[in-house]
Design a binder for this molecule. Structure first.
Ligand code: DP6
Length: 349
């Protein structure tokens, strides 16, 4: 027999960024962060996990290619889920799996992203969240979403926020064992559904500096990161929570743009400096800033993660249509575009 579960998880985009760890092994951050989870279907990971007495090894395929499972983050998540597995019974098929059996049974994992992997579009977030969620369902794990978020966190920090829809806060926590470093939902997906997110894919190439090594270098070498984590982010988290609660777009946009810019400033303050944005990214920022200034109040917010791709959040559908028109005019795409996955060709990279 084979028992399988398939799940789909959207990625999340941080509007107050996580950058820097206080514990590398457990993935504990140096500041809280807030993100918005995209609607299901767009930029998501689909994962199938299967278990069978016929399987001899744990195996994983990512986007059609088998990758090694030995050691590392996948293994940490798998171990954590296995240790919480509970008895499972399917009378019809005559399957009975006890807690002890789960320890011995091997799993096969197949995961597919419908967007560029490791190009700064938080692919690891959707991937690890989906892995943890589907394994938890398969192994009849009874833990709630926030406890599962603490497991996903050990796969990739940003993954803990993808266990929830809507607006999500990852609380950094204080405990050394990470038990209080969990994600909580600030508002569900219906709370502010006027917002439209457009992603301008400037490049789908793999980024040169991974988030993991980039943030390690930042913590070791940047002075600015200390100021950011201690003084700036705690204040911004409070303001962002209030802006989300009130659906106050001008404050939301001001905070999101400022936080993205400070994150990239901190990257520049790292030794050696990290450049995630490129000329096209900078031109998109100027375009949005000019438009917002011209309108007298923010219409669109921008935020960039560890790559050159722009995530543009417009206050409503009408603004999104105007924004797309403007982007298509100023940055003609080379591939098919729609409202949710807009592609900007960039010949320089
Ligand atoms: C810039 O979660 O990819 O997207 O915990 O080392 O796996 P690891 O890093 P990761 O870092 C994401 C950084 C970011 C900001 C954010 O998502 O908050």
């Amino acid at each position: 027999w084979v028992l399988s579960v398939t799940a789909q998880t959207p990625t999340n985009i941080a509007v107050i960024k996580y950058w820097g760890k206080r514990d590398e092994e457990l993935i504990l951050p140096i500041n809280d962060s807030i993100s918005v989870t995209l609607d299901p279907g767009h930029l998501c990971t689909t994962t199938s996990v299967a278990v069978s007495p016929a399987f001899t090894h744990d195996r994983i395929w990512l986007n059609g290619k088998e990758v090694s499972l030995s050691g590392g983050r996948f293994q940490n998540c798998l171990r954590e889920i296995r240790s919480r597995a509970t008895d499972y019974e399917d009378e019809k098929r005559g399957i009975m799996i006890t807690k002890k059996d789960w320890e011995k049974l091997r799993v096969h994992i197949v995961s597919y992203n419908n967007f560029p992997t490791a190009a700064g579009l938080a692919s690891s977030a959707a991937g690890l969240a989906c892995l943890v969620f589907s394994l938890a369902k398969l192994m009849n794990v009874k833990e709630d979403h926030s406890q599962l978020s603490a497991i996903a966190r050990q796969g990739s920090g940003s993954a803990c926020r993808s266990l929830y829809g809507g607006f999500v806060k990852w609380i950094m926590g204080k405990e050394d064992n990470g038990s209080d470093s969990i994600a909580v939902q600030l508002a569900d997906e219906n709370h502010w559904d006027d917002l439209v997110i457009i992603i301008a894919v400037v490049s789908s190439k793999q980024k040169e500096t991974s988030s993991t090594s980039g943030m390690r270098d930042t913590v070791e070498t940047s002075e600015l990161i200390k100021h950011r984590a201690k003084e700036v982010v705690p204040k911004r988290i409070k303001e962002m929570e209030a802006a989300i609660a009130k659906r106050d777009f001008p404050s939301f946009a001001r905070l999101a743009c400022a936080d993205s810019n400070q994150f990239h400033a901190v990257c520049l303050d790292t030794l050696p400096p990290i450049f995630y944005m490129n000329d096209t990214s900078h031109r998109i920022i100027s375009c949005v800033e000019k438009w917002n200034r011209h309108e007298g109040s923010p219409q669109v917010a921008y935020t960039f993660d560890a790559g050159p791709n722009a995530v543009l959040i417009s206050k409503d559908r009408k603004t999104a249509a105007l924004l797309l028109q403007r982007l298509l005019f100023q940055f003609p795409p080379q591939s098919d575009a729609d409202l949710n996955s807009y592609v900007i060709g960039d010949k320089t990279i």
